[in-house]
Design a protein around this ligand. Structure first.
Ligand code: PSU
Ligand code: MN
Length: 309
């Protein structure tokens, strides 16, 4: 069974990533919106570098993905990471933005959706991030549902995240994933985690306790021809979590500030993330960085288990 298709010819792969994929060695994709629009500088670039190091520490090749000068790049240099973290000319690029950013020859930091699509085109099956987009609170009025959810029904990539934070409607996000046929697997817990907190009040649809179980689900899903991804929800380490009561008040304040300013559309998520960092006095950033690193350990182990199968 061949699980590693040839990378799409329009992609630019680093030699390290190309060699690993050709040899069937494990590779983990990483997104870049989290670097450009998800965290402040310089913590953003430090996080991106540390996460790559964690993945390498497991003997797995990291492939951070972005559009640079109009080219879809799979695997980035330290200079590329610095540019994404500092340049004002980096667009937040979801799937629908890829043709535009690439045709203009611009820079695009890829969201979960765009990163999944490019990872799949490269033949990468595991992707690590912090938080997924989802169904926004108020979506029944605003229709604001992240393209990350539709992409999970289309691209064959397992996405490791820390659950969904309550800037989103967690219940509606889980319903949407169910409709899309996306397995949602909590790691080592029965509860679906809420990003900053281990607890959301929602039971997880599925549970796994080892990377091997997750790799088995990936193999079976795709062998059956059930297209699309899987979402692995890995709770923030207990030592790094922010209690629900504390983060709820902060999120409510950030949502109220967003409404007062009239921020919406693709600016909503970056605004909220930035505002939460401000209101929490940096506590949310520390938790965010810790959970991404924790996800990197798990994602690398899943990629290794999948490649070994
Ligand atoms: N949640 C986070 N950090 C992030 C994002 C979400 O905690 O950086 C980013 C991801 O790139 C995600 C995107 O794919 O925001 C979702 O944006 P939207 O809601 O506009 O689809
Ligand atoms: Mn949106």
């Amino acid at each position: 069974m061949t699980r590693t298709p040839q990378p799409h010819p329009d992609l630019v792969l680093t030699e390290e990533v190309r060699d690993a994929l050709a040899a069937g060695r494990p590779v983990v994709a990483l997104e870049s919106t989290i670097i450009s629009h998800g965290m402040p500088y310089p913590q953003s670039v430090a996080m991106a570098t540390e996460v790559e190091d964690i993945i390498r520490g497991h003997g797995v090749v990291p492939a951070t993905i972005a559009v640079l000068d109009g080219r879809a790049c799979i695997g980035l240099t330290p200079e590329n990471l610095e540019l994404l973290a500092t340049s004002k000319d980096v667009a937040k690029a979801s799937v629908r933005d890829l043709p535009y950013v690439m045709a203009c020859g611009g820079h695009g930091a890829t969201t979960v959706a765009a990163t999944m699509r490019l990872a799949a085109l490269a033949g990468i099956r595991v992707f690590v991030t912090g938080g997924l987009g989802g169904v926004h609170r108020g979506a029944p009025e605003s229709f604001d549902i992240s393209a990350d959810l539709s992409e999970l029904t289309l691209s064959d990539v397992a996405v490791v995240s820390a659950g969904v934070k309550s800037i989103l409607d967690i219940g509606l996000t889980l319903e949407h994933l169910e409709t899309g046929g996306v397995p949602v697997i909590a790691y080592g817990t029965d509860e679906f985690p809420a990003f900053f907190s281990r607890s959301s009040g929602f039971k997880a649809p599925m549970r796994a306790d080892t990377p091997e179980e997750i790799a088995a689900m990936m193999r079976i899903k795709w062998a059956l021809g059930i297209t699309g991804g899987l979402n692995i929800a890995n709770p923030v380490p207990a030592a790094d979590e922010i209690p629900v009561e504390k983060i709820s008040a902060i999120i409510d304040q950030a949502l109220a500030d967003m409404d007062a300013l009239g921020v919406k559309g693709k600016d909503a998520t970056p605004y909220l993330l930035g505002r939460i960092v401000e209101i929490s006095g940096g506590a949310s950033l520390a938790a965010n960085i810790a959970l991404v690193k924790n996800n990197a350990h798990l994602g690398a182990r899943i990629a290794a288990a999948y490649a070994a199968g």
